[in-house]
Design a protein around this ligand. Structure first.
Ligand SMILES: [Zn+2]
Length: 759
């Protein structure tokens, strides 16, 4: 799975829109302008590093990358399948050839696969859903039905339910508010929701919270089908039979093996009972194609759906409920399966105890040429080039660790279990974790720990975009300027700025950054392909070479980008962390949560006034009445002063540290202690108790949203308490985050005074 892919599928939302939606400001102003040629962390002469990178680039080969992609995508290779084991063994063998030390770390995880899948409409007419994607002659691997996982949502409950059907739009909390105003209750009913606008697992979670007994999720042609463009195999959009598989585990509570929360799922690990896993659903859920959704939706009666709920199927969309009844029966094999994390290392020659970690998953829902093999093949090509450098006698100063994860698709299983198993060791040794996932033609997408912002700007400055010939940084800027409006566009033109997004979830960085505070980066290219194949049998080699990255040139670009990131972190004298950049972003988030409370207060007051004055009633069409919303509690004022003061303190401490770092480089052990202190700083942003109701997530600045799934919430403790209207909790979280930031500032002060005792 990949958040990048989902973002792209959401209709080419601009970077600024995506960032604004996810609660971070779109264009934070620039990090210190980078001088062409300088490299952060390499002092006055970076020429040796630059020539190393030029040699590294010379070893990258697009056709070899494409061959590996073809081999690994030849058969379905989901968790626990023979194909999955074969891909892990192939990757192991490749790392061996590159001259890496390789091992396979095996974990034993719960992984449900379907045993019974039945969906039928029982009234007023009969329809039995196909639940099957047909083979296509244009797609060579699409006919491997013996090995393909059928269309399903992993972690759906077993269930045999019958009930009236209700259309719930995208199945978000706000959609249920609309239903309530129309007097429609989903209690005891089965809901049908569209894919999109949220991570899929949120839809059944919210349906269950509202008392639904079953949930169907379908792909409407308006979102990624014929309404948008030609469908597969003619074009890259979803055809009428395409189905998006995917996990519906409540990963915003905790990811990984549901039976071993917080610990590695080794063979003998203590396991909880499945019924006690709080991140598993209690209702059955099934994804279907629009071929199967059409008769169900067409049959619905009741109120006409609001305009923004309607899709592109050729009839009037109604909400129900009524005579339309469906029967949904699902049973799963709840087996424990082995998963294979392939871990390949190159020991550092100077600082073997400082690890720079790279990762991409290798498991797929089916053949997975795009997700995840395009990223995996690029990472292997990157490792291949590192191997070629090793042959010339070069050795990294720090240890390189390349991780090919298993089990990402169901629940970030391979990375989470590995991180949980090795948490204490990683907190000592891990300098950074660099992730990638599916990759394709287009624009650089970079998210991560904000202390890396200026460092990543230099990486992007030094990689050329193959479609335009300018740097990938310039190309990204161009798009941001074009997508910006009014003053923002002018501001961007005057001052080119580079900002990275905050990490939510959706790929393997989650356990590193959010559970144990290892600084993390997610890199990928995309934005020029609609992704209609996502998690279907059509995510194949044939689809990939036609639509996603013909010639594999963007695979090579990803290898250059992630490879530079790895090589610079491995060889820098001084690790390129820039804490003023983090402080600047936290200041923005602090301003945002404060403004959020004010907006909430004003909109609540206005709405209560409208309700009281009877305006909703007067404005409604008496023939199709829509009730007024229920009045809400008034929003109190909260005390943000502790947070605001802590942010000012952090700006001072981080700037002071940077001033010291820019003076001169300490030597010997002092430098190494300083570097260790710099990479462990992010751990100071963890809280011991974690977020309310989901203590696995310990980072106080970044978390996936409780009701958005992949989408990030920054300052999540405060932001979500305000969104959920838990006012006391919001104040407690403000005070908690303030004390974490104060402690963080003291940590940076101490780091500076220890490394520069005379200052
Ligand atoms: Zn993926």
């Amino acid at each position: 799975m990949s958040r990048l892919l989902l973002t792209l599928m959401a209709g080419w939302l601009s970077v600024s829109t995506v960032l604004a939606q996810s609660g971070s400001s779109a264009m934070q102003t620039g990090s210190t302008a980078t001088q062409s040629g300088s490299l952060k962390g390499f002092g006055s002469d970076a020429s040796a590093q630059q020539s190393l990178e030029a040699r590294f680039d010379g070893y990258l080969d697009a056709s070899r990358l494409g061959e590996r992609l073809k081999i690994m995508s030849a058969r379905p290779h989901h968790v626990g399948s023979p194909g999955g084991k074969a891909v892990a063994e192939y990757i192991y063998d490749q790392y061996k050839r590159f001259g890496f030390e390789v091992r396979i770390d095996t974990f034993y995880v719960l992984f449900p696969t379907p045993k019974v899948r039945e969906l039928e409409m029982t009234g007023p007419t009969q329809y039995k859903a196909l639940l099957k994607e047909p083979a296509l002659k244009e797609d060579a691997t699409s006919g491997q039905s013996d090995e393909q996982l059928p269309t399903y949502n992993a972690w759906s409950a077993d269930g045999d339910v019958s009930g009236e059907l209700v259309f719930v739009n995208y199945g978000l909390p706000s959609d249920y508010e609309q239903l309530a105003r129309r007097g429609i209750d989903v209690k005891g009913k089965i809901v049908i929701a569209k894919y999109g606008r949220s991570w899929r697992g949120i839809k059944p979670k919210v349906a269950q919270e509202h008392g639904a007994i079953g949930c169907i999720i379908y792909s409407d042609p308006k979102d990624d089908g014929y309404y948008e463009g030609d469908v597969y195999p003619k074009g890259a959009f979803k055809n009428e039979y395409g189905v998006q598989r995917g996990s519906v585990m409540d990963m915003p509570i905790y990811p990984g093996d549901p039976l071993t929360p917080g610990i590695g799922a080794t063979k003998d690990a203590p396991r909880i009972d499945r019924k006690d896993a709080i991140n598993l659903l209690k209702i059955p859920v099934l994804p279907i194609s629009y071929h199967d959704a059409e008769p169900l939706l067409k049959s619905l009666e009741g109120p006409v759906a609001p305009e923004d709920w309607r899709g592109a199927l050729p009839f009037t969309y109604h909400i129900g409920p009524g005579k339309t009844k469906v029967h949904l029966k699902l049973e799963f094999n709840w087996d424990i399966k082995p998963i294979y994390d392939v871990i390949a290392t190159v020991p550092g020659k100077d600082f073997p105890d400082q690890w720079v970690i790279r990762g991409n998953h290798h498991d797929a829902w089916v053949n997975g040429a795009g997700d995840p093999l395009s990223g995996q093949a690029a990472m292997l090509e990157e490792a291949h080039a590192v191997g070629e450098l090793l042959k010339t006698g070069w050795k990294p100063r720090r240890t390189l660790v390349y991780c090919s994860w298993d089990g990402e698709e169901p629940a970030l299983l391979g990375s989470t279990e590995w991180v949980e198993q090795n948490a204490a060791t990683l907190q000592q040794h891990a300098v950074a974790y660099i992730n990638s996932d599916g990759n394709g033609r287009g624009f650089l997408n970079a998210e991560g720990s904000h202390a890396f912002e200026p460092f990543l700007e230099q990486v992007a400055r030094d990689v050329t975009d193959p479609e335009t010939g300018i740097s990938v940084l310039e190309r990204r800027w161009a798009r941001e300027i074009i997508n910006a409006t009014g003053d923002k566009a002018k501001e961007l033109l005057n001052k080119k700025s580079f900002s990275i997004g905050a990490l939510g979830s959706g790929s393997d960085y989650s356990p590193f950054i959010q559970h144990i505070g290892v600084p993390s980066i997610d890199l990928g290219y995309g934005g020029e392909d609609p992704g209609g194949e996502y998690h279907s049998i059509y995510d194949s080699y044939d689809d990939y070479v036609r639509f996603k990255d013909p010639g594999f040139v963007y695979g090579v670009v990803l290898a250059k980008t992630a490879g530079r990131t790895m090589l610079r972190l491995a060889d820098a004298d001084l690790l390129p962390f820039d804490y003023p950049s983090l402080a600047k972003n936290i200041k923005t988030y602090s301003t945002e949560v404060n403004a959020l409370l004010d907006q909430e207060r004003e909109s609540t007051a206005l709405q209560n006034k409208l309700i009281k004055g009877g305006y909703y009633h007067l404005a409604a069409d008496p023939k199709t009445p829509i009730a007024a919303p229920d009045p809400k509690d008034e929003v109190p004022y909260l005390n943000f002063a502790p947070l605001q003061n802590a942010v000012v303190g952090l700006e001072k401490s981080s700037t002071h540290l940077n001033d010291l770092l820019s003076k001169r480089l300490p030597s010997g052990d002092t430098l190494q202690q300083l570097n260790t202190g710099l990479y462990q700083a992010e751990q100071q942003l963890l809280s011991t108790q974690g977020l309310p109701r989901r203590g696995w997530y310990k980072h106080s600045i970044y978390a996936p949203g409780f009701y958005t799934g992949y989408g990030v919430k920054t300052l999540p403790g405060i932001r979500e308490a305000i969104e959920q209207r838990y006012w006391k909790e919001a104040q407690d979280q403000i005070d908690l985050d303030a004390s974490i930031l104060n402690h963080f500032s003291q940590y940076l002060d101490k780091l500076g005074s220890t490394a520069y005792p005379q200052q």
